[in-house]
Design a protein around this ligand. Structure first.
Ligand SMILES: Cc1cc2nc3c(=O)[nH]c(=O)nc-3n(C[C@H](O)[C@H](O)[C@H](O)COP(=O)(O)OP(=O)(O)OC[C@H]3O[C@@H](n4cnc5c(N)ncnc54)[C@H](O)[C@@H]3O)c2cc1C
Length: 517
């Protein structure tokens, strides 16, 4: 891997910065060898992995070392890309948006500072992974559960900062944040919310302080480095049910969304629901070559055929129900059954149940795992995937229009339309329209880029934006924010300039700070 300089930094200045970084952190925590730097490349890169290569990586042990890094970086104008676990698979992993930016790896700051079992919260550092966190809850026999993403390699903080999603009533992870400690680019440390009051016992207990609520300012942003975060934990339920809905045909999406909406709005369905299209269903336990060997995307008719042999309809929905009153689950399940029987009699519901004290099962999604990563080699190995993630109001007709547009574009660009939709709040769905590709197939990765950019434009025409993107597409996503003569990007740019005038923190993240708005 060729040596690199951070953007705009002269060789002598970078050499001086590296010497100072080594003095501050110890030489073993400043990574400059080709092998070390290669470990920060995006394994799912959409195209040339070197487009987002880092010039070096730094791993501070604590906030004092972090402050020293920031001062040196500011002096030599070396841009830094903070990551917590750096397992942001599908969105860039640990790689920076702009080639040469130095990765600031916070994995060594990995203390679980508090798990409060009276109030149900935790205070953690960036390097605490979901694996670590679950182990600690289990070790304590805590009566609180974690809400994690599908794979557990990531960081509790990193995932919440990225607006990550889980599958419990606490599945909007950014909503569970209560109080942060952040370090600004000038090295000053700030505690948000009631953390501003010395001796506060309410920092992780109440989200609305005296003054503005700042926690959100530091999610999906490059305004500061988050060094501690409070997160609320879900009390262990008394009962759970796992519901699967099968059977709706291709034309039933609008009705399905409109049927699910009232149940989600009134909290009968009190966790994230996932709607999977036919393509998403046929990948489980199958090889693509057994289904389709022709050119381009698998034709819809072929997918329908594969579904028919498994006795499945085009749409499948899964969600879990959580109940804190023993016996209450019967009512909740019955309500879901009746609601569907009245509105979508063709839908087949199957339900599995769990009660406190019984062994847990995989459908409860409480196990830590790497299993979901298996899908990446669908188009060939080494594989990759990234997704187009528009957010759409949970109104059947609008969801259906968007779905049809996205599916049509996938087929047009020769990519299998592997599409899921997550009902994470009552009022909107987040699409995860996955582009599965063979990483070394240049034509395929170019098609992914062209597809994503086309979809961004199509969605913007409908007044729809995305919730999260791969590094490759952050500018494209931000380009849709045109209301009021780009008032929001201009405000972001002003905040960025005020908090990070030299521009050393994560340039280009979410399209902020790469170039003037
Ligand atoms: C098969 C598969 C399934 C997935 N399933 C899910 C899922 O169910 N739900 C979900 O949400 N995601 C999912 N993902 C996406 C992603 O892999 C996870 O969200 C993962 O948890 C993110 O990585 P991380 O937690 O290590 O965050 P990091 O990589 O550590 O951080 C992500 C980004 O946040 C910023 N950041 C991180 N830490 C800091 C900090 N301390 N200060 C300032 N900025 C910071 C940086 O910009 C960084 O690049 C999935 C990916 C794949 C491939």
């Amino acid at each position: 891997m060729a040596e690199l300089l951070p953007p705009g930094v002269a060789p002598a200045a970078f050499a001086a910065a590296l010497t100072e970084f080594r003095q501050a952190l110890g030489a073993e925590w400043v990574f400059t060898s080709a092998d070390d730097r290669a470990s920060y490349l995006d394994p799912f890169a959409i195209g040339d992995r070197d487009d987002h290569a880092t010039a070096a990586a730094l791993a501070p042990a604590d906030t004092d070392q972090l402050r020293a890094v920031l001062r040196i970086a500011t002096r030599h104008k070396v841009p830094l890309w903070p990551v917590s676990m750096g397992k942001n698979f599908a969105y860039g992993t640990a790689a920076p948006a702009i080639k040469g930016t130095v990765v600031l790896d916070l994995k060594r700051m990995n203390r679980i500072l508090e798990i409060n079992e009276d109030l149900g919260y935790a205070l953690v550092e960036p390097g605490v992974s979901f694996f670590d966190f679950k182990d600690e809850l289990d070790r304590r026999g805590a009566k609180f559960w974690m809400s994690g993403p599908a794979h557990s390699w990531g960081s509790v903080i990193g995932n919440a900062l990225e607006h990550g999603v889980g599958y419990t009533p606490y599945g909007i992870h950014a909503d569970t944040i209560c109080g942060m400690e952040v370090m600004l680019a000038d090295g000053s440390l700030v505690r948000t919310g009631f953390g501003a009051i010395p001796g506060s016992q309410e920092w992780q207990a109440f989200k609305l302080p005296f003054g503005p609520v700042l926690d959100g300012l530091f999610t999906q942003s490059n305004f500061a480095i988050v060094t501690k975060m409070g997160l609320w934990l879900m009390p262990e339920p008394a009962e759970m049910a796992g519901v699967t809905i099968d059977g709706p045909g291709r034309g039933d999406l609008a009705r399905l969304v409109d049927t699910l909406r009232p149940l989600k709005l009134d909290d009968t369905i009190n966790s994230t629901y996932t709607i999977a299209n036919g393509m998403r269903q046929i990948t489980g336990g199958a090889r693509r070559a057994d289904i389709w060997q022709g050119p381009g995307a698998i034709p819809i008719a072929r997918i329908e055929q594969a579904l028919a042999t498994r006795g499945k309809g085009w749409w499948n929905v899964i969600f879990n129900l959580f109940e804190h009153t023993a016996g209450g689950m019967d009512l909740r399940v019955e309500k879901v059954r009746r609601h569907f029987a009245d509105r979508m009699p063709q839908a087949k519901l199957s339900v599995v149940r769990w009660k406190q004290g019984e062994p847990q099962a995989p459908w409860m999604r409480q196990e830590t795992s790497l299993a979901p990563l298996a899908v990446v080699d669908w188009r060939g190995s080494p594989g990759g995937h990234s997704d187009f993630g528009p957010v759409v109001a949970a109104v059947g007709s609008r969801v259906n229009t968007l779905y049809e547009m996205v599916e049509r574009r996938f087929e047009e660009f020769g990519l299998d339309p592997w599409i899921g939709m997550f009902g994470i709040g009552g009022r909107a769905l987040v699409f995860v329209a996955d582009m599965l590709y063979a990483r070394d197939d240049k034509a395929m990765t170019e098609a992914c880029k062209a597809l994503f950019r086309q979809l961004c434009k199509d969605a913007a025409q409908m007044g729809i934006g995305v919730y999260r993107t791969h590094l490759e597409f952050m500018d494209d996503a931000a380009a849709a924010q045109t209301w009021g003569d780009r008032a929001l990007p201009r405000l972001n740019a002003r905040i960025k300039t005020a908090l990070d005038p030299v521009g050393i923190l994560a340039p280009g993240k979410q399209g902020i700070g790469r170039k003037p708005a």
